[in-house]
Design a protein. Sequence first.
Length: 68
Amino acid sequence: MGKSKDLALEIEEQEYNPDTEPRREYYPSDIRCPNCFKPTLVQDSAVDHYCTSCGQEFIQVGSALRFK
Ligand SMILES: [Zn+2]
């Protein structure tokens, strides 16, 4: 009994995946991606950046971007 309950919880957790269901709004960044050097960065906050070309996420520290 305990085993099937654990399994149900596990499935629930897998269904909730924030990576495949983005609820954040992105807007274009004027910074080039430090990873692939393409102007395809978007940002969803003042410091959170995401590259739509290579998929890398960055956090802005001062005037520099750091790999997440
Ligand atoms: Zn990139």
